[in-house]
Design a protein around this ligand. Structure first.
Ligand code: UTP
Length: 294
């Protein structure tokens, strides 16, 4: 019987050190791209794929995320009194009716694998999605997660999103071993976290969207610290694919690595250039800049 995926985990408990000092008191996941925080884009990706239960793995410095997805009585009544219905709609429309949020703490940042494990008790014996907000993905007509769910519907297996990366970037990603990198949907033979370019099994790097079967939890419980002294999700997936098929999808769309300064700036430019309110003026601004610096 085919399973429907309704739950998604959003690990948001990392320290965001690459954006210090901005992330000293504010969550990296709340940094805006034009006018929406990164976490909201990831949530929208999940909602577009039919996810209805959102599970955030947070830490003490991430309360702003909880507040963002809660109602704000003072703000809403102020907007109502001033007749700002358009802004009220934006604020009240962040989450549609029927979507629930749960928050669980990761006491210390012990890695992505550990963060996912923290949500175990909120996931029954069912497959689920994991979305990392710092990977902002513009899937065009179909969200990246929806594309992955289409693969899941056919295979009923775990699915990871991958994209082609440069050789020098293998040190930043989980890299998969596949028979051919030319197939857009393929089963994974192996996976390794942050390999040196010379040891990388391919040029396909895993990005921040996963569909996982619940078998991952037992494997995470028995996964020792790996790269960077953290419990790596990649290491547990390496064990999972010895027991079950794990698929890789080279998704359609453009990913912005908003965990890095340059990727974040690129995303800001790309999203500003298609934002109905500012696109035209921003295009002019960019042209002026290009002329000044030419
Ligand atoms: P990253 O490694 O990209 O984020 O984790 P980071 O550690 O916060 O950032 P830097 O490298 O110090 O700048 C990817 C996602 O996983 C979450 C992060 O919050 C981010 O959304 N994460 C990471 C956790 O929830 N817990 C962890 O222990 C590690």
């Amino acid at each position: 019987m085919s399973m429907k995926i309704t739950k998604a985990i959003f690990p948001v408990a990392g320290l965001g050190t690459r954006f210090l000092p901005a992330t000293k008191a504010n969550p990296k996941e709340m940094m805006p791209v034009v006018d929406k925080p990164l976490i909201q884009y990831a949530v929208e990706d999940a909602l577009a794929a039919g996810i209805t239960e959102l599970i955030f793995v947070t830490s003490s410095s991430k309360r702003a995320i909880e507040d963002h997805f809660d109602s704000n009585f003072e703000l809403e009544s102020n907007l109502l009194e001033r007749g700002k219905q358009d802004l009220l709609d934006i604020v009240q429309g962040i989450l549609p009716a029927g979507v629930s949020c749960a928050y669980i703490r990761q006491k210390s940042p012990q890695g992505l694998g550990h963060a996912v494990l923290c949500a175990k008790q909120l996931i029954s014996n069912e497959p689920f999605a994991v979305l990392l907000a710092d990977d902002l993905i513009d899937g065009g007509k179909q969200s990246c997660l929806q594309q992955m769910l289409d693969v899941f519907q056919q295979t009923q297996t775990s699915v990871v999103a991958v994209e082609k990366i440069t050789k020098e970037d293998t040190k930043k990603y989980g890299v998969i071993d596949v028979e051919s990198t030319e197939h857009h949907i393929t089963s994974i033979r192996g996976i390794v976290e942050k390999p040196e370019p010379a040891n990388a099994p391919s040029n396909l790097g895993v990005v921040g969207r996963y569909i996982l079967t619940p078998a991952i939890f037992d494997l995470l419980e028995n996964t020792a610290q790996g790269s960077g002294g953290e419990i790596q999700l990649t290491d547990a997936i390496a064990k999972l694919l010895k027991k079950e098929t794990v698929m890789a999808l080279q998704f359609k769309g453009k990913r912005y690595d908003c965990g890095s300064k340059l990727g974040y700036l690129e995303a800001t430019i790309a999203y500003a250039l298609k934002h109905p309110e500012v696109a035209a003026d921003f295009r002019l601004l960019l042209r002026e800049f290009a002329e000044c610096t030419a």
